[in-house]
Design a protein around this ligand. Sequence first.
Ligand SMILES: *Cc1c(COP(=O)(O)O)cnc(C)c1O
Length: 461
Amino acid sequence: MKTNLTRRSFLKTGSLGAVGGALGVATATSAAGATAKKGDAGTPAIIGGTPAHKGGWPRWPHWDGADDPQIADVMKKGVWSRAKLVTEFENQWAKTIGNKFALAVVNGTNALSAAFMELDVGPGDEVIISPYTFSATIFGVLYQKAIPVFADIDPTTYQIDPEKIRAKITPRTKAILPVHICGFPSDMENIMKIAREHKLFVVEDCCQAHLSAINGRNVGTFGNAGCFSFQTSKVLPIGEGGAITTDDAGFKDRLYSYHNYGYASSIAPGTYASTIHSFRLGNKIRMAEYQAAIGLIQLKKLESQHRTRNENGTWLRAKLAEIPGIKPVRLYEGVNSVSYYMCPFIYDARAFKGLPRDKFVKALAAEGVSVTPGYPNDPLYTQGLLRETLSSTVYRKLYPSAELDFEKYKERNHCPKLIETFQTSVWLSSTNMFLGSKQDMADIVDAVWKIHRHAEKLNKG
Ligand SMILES: *Cc1c(COP(=O)(O)O)cnc(C)c1O
């Protein structure tokens, strides 16, 4: 980066250029094979064969025109700010997940930051976090001026490794932040055991893990708070939206107050009186009525969509496991339900005649499969977000400079298994694809076999 780059232009461009989408990764569904000739089904589409899958995939987000009048009705009534529908959505969401309470908010990012605010995480505290995620997971920790500490993942499950969490605990550790990445549950039993032993809060990042469950118990019900996102790409899409689930009535009251200007939690949004004041520090992160109306409509479809994804996911994972060099990520014991936001597997180039992972992904996309290599190669703890925040004036007022030394911070947080995963992961975009038919799933399997058979040729090409 040029040293004379102004703050403004930096803010405009960032240091890595434009990155699109909530995940920071783009979905590559290539139409490269669309012009291929017939009768060459055995040839990979990327070198002129017919794509294994044609005709696209179920659209996402899914919207049934029959639902339009319900939304129009909300708009006509003119009650647009938080009222009955948001409360109804919260009640249904709490029930769906299995928590006593749910608070609807504007998005998953703010669900997470509200949780850290109201758990009183603050300067001097350390929060142990899964590094296999993107920036939104850690914003809330940084708003509270606490220090993110990354504990490496288990590369066979992609989830934060409980043993690595143990190794990172210090007297300053205040909370653990597991991320159920791709919708595959973290090892909550062991994480909660560690939390109980050391009296730590647990905030679950469930933004990708709606209805993911261990022994029939949904993620989001294990920790002090479960934070969900309803952004369009997620399996319960509202466009924007989020929720925090909890069983703690006091915590829920504080969150409610926070999300409505710091007013008393008994004050219904939209009430105005000279006696109403912000009696504590709050924010304004309320969900709107029309968002809740969309959420209630989507919620009706979620369970059947979830069932279809799990049927397809279970079948596909077993079939992919039969292909040399393909290893679907492992589920922890007791996991009986996965959101299938993504369906990741580990790619071993050695079994594909040395065909690099990125070439494999391109070839698979050409077959009509919606696939990405997953998160980009640079870990969160090396990115500008942490470099800038740790060197900020505010952090320098709060911490000794030795603790903020970025080179040392990167060394302390280095996660070798994460780096290995960045280089070998393949993510199938399963939110929409796994709503397809058995034949669609078979097409995906055929596509991978085809690439396997022609790996040597593809590697030369
Ligand atoms: C989507 C997502 C978030 C943020 O949710 P938004 O609703 O987009 O703010 C946080 N963490 C993870 C893991 C996510 O996938």
